[in-house]
Ligand binder design. Structure first.
Ligand SMILES: Cc1ncc(COP(=O)(O)O)c(C=O)c1O
Length: 341
């Protein structure tokens, strides 16, 4: 069946559809901790999108690289924190499309682990051949981007700028598509009433999912865990605006502001700093399901998912699904959090 998504340039990068797997052993472990009824638990494996360690950005990059190629770009410029999964996947996507990549990484996270500024995603960025520029966390982002774009143009290059997290309306198309993919998997499994929970930061994943839900016109409901900003209301407003733009691109009805649901209780001190609940969630899911999460996004997202389940938030539902958005290389950057030797 064709959808309005088919009319956008798209460079194939992802292994799709990603699996939807049941988490029976996690459910058993949680049942021992709560008297509340638990729905069936599933995990949507977007860590298995296949590009250089996988993750959610691969879906966005199919559309972003598609647009870059259509515009004749030869270099992709993007940005994020030092341990950005998005930057690593952008470097890989650029390589796969025959483009160069420049990663402007802001040193914003005050994490002092010994591997943070040499391993994890940063190591993979180097292996992928990216031109990595680490800048101070308080640098003026607009001025830094303008200088990099001007420098590349002066060198005769045609750069294409990808915003943080790939979270433009075009990037979010990847998650409108993911929502339709998940909807079809739930239909095939005969599951009608479900909630989808995931970690949200730059917001393109959530915006795309919300737009996809408007296009589909029925569930699953989406509930995100804020792992990024202390000002959750402003974050939700920004995501709603992006969801409206994405919905307009695919000719779907505009989402209501209430469609952007953010749980603020699991961020901890700030973005990128570990929490005890994150550590427990990473270890529990690894030890019950053999699935590796990450310390910055999916670990906190899973901590939120587990807290909601234990509290009975989803008790009346048939199924609760966690969207695994990737990030596993981040474990190596935070080795002190997990190493017991
Ligand atoms: C592993 C992982 N999960 C979730 C997210 C959040 O996605 P978004 O930025 O679209 O909100 C990111 C963003 O970098 C990520 O790397």
């Amino acid at each position: 069946m064709s959808t309005p998504l088919d009319s956008f340039p798209r460079f194939p990068l992802a292994h799709l559809p990603t699996p939807l797997a049941e988490m029976k052993r996690l459910r058993e472990a949680l049942a021992r901790e709560t008297g509340n009824r638990l729905p069936r638990l599933f995990i949507k494996r977007d860590d298995c999108t296949g590009l250089a360690g996988g993750g959610n950005k691969t879906r966005k990059l199919e559309f972003l690289i598609g647009e870059a190629l259509a515009g004749g770009a030869d270099t992709v410029v993007t940005t994020g924190a030092v341990q950005s999964n998005h930057a690593r996947q952008t470097a890989a996507a650029a390589a796969a499309a025959g483009l160069s990549s420049v990663l402007v990484l802001f040193d914003t996270v005050p994490y002092q682990g010994s591997a943070y500024r040499r391993s994890g995603n940063l190591l993979l960025d180097a292996v992928l051949g990216a031109d990595v520029r680490i800048v101070p966390g308080d640098a003026d982002a607009g001025a830094v981007f303008t200088a990099v774009m001007d420098e590349l143009k002066a060198a005769g290059r045609t750069p294409y700028f990808v915003p943080v997290g790939g979270s433009s309306a075009v990037g979010s198309l990847g998650y409108a598509n993911a929502y339709l993919e998940l909807g079809a998997q739930l239909d095939d499994a005969g599951i009608g009433d479900a909630v989808l929970v995931h970690a949200s930061s730059s917001g393109g994943t959530q915006a795309g999912l919300v737009a996809g839900a408007c296009h589909r016109g029925r569930g699953p409901e989406i509930g995100a865990i804020n792992v990024y900003r202390s000002d959750s209301d402003a974050m939700a407003e920004g995501i709603h605006a992006l969801a409206c733009k994405t919905a307009a691109l695919i000719e779907a009805p505009a989402p209501a502001p209430g469609a952007v649901v953010l749980d603020h209780a699991h961020l901890g001190e700030r973005y990128g700093l570990p929490t005890e609940a994150m550590r427990r969630a990473v270890e529990l899911v690894a030890r019950t399901e053999g699935v590796l999460l990450d310390p910055v996004y999916t670990g906190k997202g899973m901590a939120g998912f587990i807290a909601q389940l234990l509290a009975g938030t989803h008790s009346r539902r048939e199924a609760a699904i966690f969207l695994h958005t990737g990030g596993m290389p981040g474990l190596f950057a935070y080795e002190e959090e997990f190493a017991s030797v």
